[in-house]
Design a protein around this ligand. Structure first.
Ligand code: AGP
Length: 364
C-alpha cells in the first residue's frame, strides 16, 4: 500500500499515534444513552436469539486471538455468558464439537487470514452461527460471516498490529455491553461502562504523551536477551500481546505467563538478566499481583510495572490512567506498544517489516 506516513518515521508509530481517533471511530454512532446500551447495525442477531446463546467461542490468530481473549473476558463479565478464545487453526484441526447453542465469533484485522477463514467455512458447513469482528470492510471473513461488528481502525499498514488490536478490544466491549443489556446487566452498570468507553480516547492521548519516558525505559531494556511478561486474569492477555509485539519487532525472546503460574515453574528463570514486565491494575487482584512482584524482587529480578500507581517493588513503573476495571486492559496495552517500538528502534530493527513475517497470512 502506498499510504502516507504523515510525518512519522514508521507506519507503526503513525498507527500507535492514531489510536485516540481510531477508538473514537469505533464508538461513534453506536452508543444509546437513553437505554444505556449500544446499537450494532450489522450484528444481525435477534435479541430473542441472543438470549438463548449458552456459550461464545472466539477464534483468531496472533494479535487478533489476543484481542479475542480480552473479548471473552468482557463478554463473561458483562453478559455473563461463558466465553473463551482459541487460535483459529488449533480449533479447526481438533475436529471440535460444533454446538447449536454456541455463538462463534471470528476476529481478523485483514479479514483474509486463511486459518480463520477456513475455520469459519468449516463452522458454517456444520450449521453454526458465526459473527465477524473484522477491520477490512467487505473482506472474505466479513462476507462469509452471518453478521458482525466492524472495528473501524482504518488502514493498518505496519506488519504488526497496534491500533486494530485496541479497536477490536473496544468493539468487543460494545458487543459485551449489548449482550449484557439484553440479558442481565443493569442500567447502572451499562451507564458506568458507557462513561468509561467515552473516556478512552483522551486517556489514550494522555498515555501517548508519556512517550519520552517510555523511550528512556525501553533503551535500558534494549540489551536484554529475554523478557518475561506477567498478568493475572484481565491482565494476562495484555501480557501475551505485549510479549508478541516485543518479539515480532525487536527479536528479543519473550514469554508471557499468568502471574499465578510463576511459582509453578517460570520462577526458576528469574535472575537479574531476565527483566519482567508486570501488568498491575488497581483492581481486586492488586494485592495478589504485588505478591508476585515481591517474589521476583526476592530473586533480584528487574521489574517494569504497568500500573495505576507507583509500585514500590518495581524498578520502573509506567503509570496509566484508571478506567472501569473491565476496560483497563485497553489502556494498559498502549504503553507496551511504545515499549516494543522504542526497544526495536534502539536495536536498529526494520520495524514496519520484521523478518519472516507478512501482514496477512492468506496461505496455510
Ligand atoms: C500481529 O502483530 C501479527 N503480525 C499477527 O499475529 C496477526 O495479528 C495475525 O496474523 C492475524 O491477522 P489478522 O488479524 O489480519 O487475521
Amino acid at each position: 500500500a502506498s499510504y502516507d506516513m504523515g510525518g512519522h518515521d514508521t507506519f507503526m508509530h503513525k498507527e500507535i499515534s492514531e489510536q485516540p481517533d481510531a477508538v473514537d471511530r469505533v464508538l461513534r454512532g453506536r452508543i444509546d444513552d437513553r437505554f444505556s446500551t449500544v446499537h450494532l447495525g450489522g450484528l444481525n442477531l435477534d435479541p430473542r436469539e441472543a438470549r438463548t446463546i449458552r456459550r461464545i467461542k472466539i477464534l483468531g490468530c496472533g494479535t487478533s486471538y489476543h484481542a479475542g481473549l480480552i473479548g471473552a473476558g468482557l463478554i463473561e463479565s458483562m453478559a455473563r455468558i461463558p466465553a473463551d478464545a482459541e487460535p483459529a487453526s488449533e480449533f479447526r484441526y481438533r475436529n471440535p464439537v460444533v454446538d447449536p447453542d454456541t455463538l462463534y465469533i471470528a476476529v481478523s484485522q485483514s479479514g483474509e487470514t486463511y486459518d480463520v477463514l477456513a475455520a469459519v467455512q468449516e463452522l458454517k458447513r456444520k450449521g453454526a452461527r458465526v459473527l465477524g469482528v473484522v477491520n477490512v470492510v467487505g473482506s472474505a471473513i466479513a462476507r462469509e460471516a452471518d453478521g458482525g461488528v466492524y472495528v473501524h481502525a482504518g488502514p493498518e499498514v505496519c506488519v504488526v498490529s497496534t491500533k486494530c488490536f485496541t479497536n477490536t478490544v473496544t468493539a468487543f466491549a460494545l458487543l459485551a455491553l449489548h449482550l449484557g443489556r439484553i440479558r442481565d446487566l443493569s442500567v447502572t452498570d451499562g451507564k458506568r461502562i458507557i462513561e468509561g468507553l467515552r473516556k478512552l480516547p483522551a486517556q489514550i492521548q494522555e498515555i501517548l504523551e508519556t512517550e519520552d519516558e517510555i523511550k528512556k525505559i525501553a533503551e535500558e531494556y534494549a540489551g536484554a536477551q529475554s523478557m518475561m511478561f506477567i498478568g493475572r486474569v484481565r491482565g494476562y492477555p495484555v501480557a501475551l500481546e505485549a510479549s508478541l509485539k516485543l518479539k515480532e519487532i525487536s527479536y528479543i525472546h519473550a514469554e508471557a505467563y499468568p502471574a499465578s503460574e510463576l511459582k509453578h515453574g517460570p520462577l526458576a528463570l528469574i535472575e537479574p538478566a531476565l527483566p519482567t514486565v508486570a501488568i498491575v491494575p488497581d483492581d481486586d487482584l492488586l494485592e495478589k499481583n504485588r505478591a508476585a512482584l515481591e517474589e521476583i524482587k526476592a530473586r533480584s529480578g528487574r521489574i517494569l510495572a504497568v500500573a495505576h500507581q507507583e509500585q514500590a517493588k518495581a524498578d520502573h513503573t509506567i503509570v496509566v490512567p484508571k478506567n472501569e476495571d473491565e476496560l483497563d486492559p485497553i489502556l494498559m496495552g498502549i504503553p507496551l506498544q511504545l515499549l516494543a517500538y522504542h526497544t526495536a528502534l534502539a536495536m536498529g530493527r526494520d520495524i514496519d517489516k520484521p523478518r519472516n513475517l507478512a501482514k496477512s497470512v492468506t496461505v496455510e
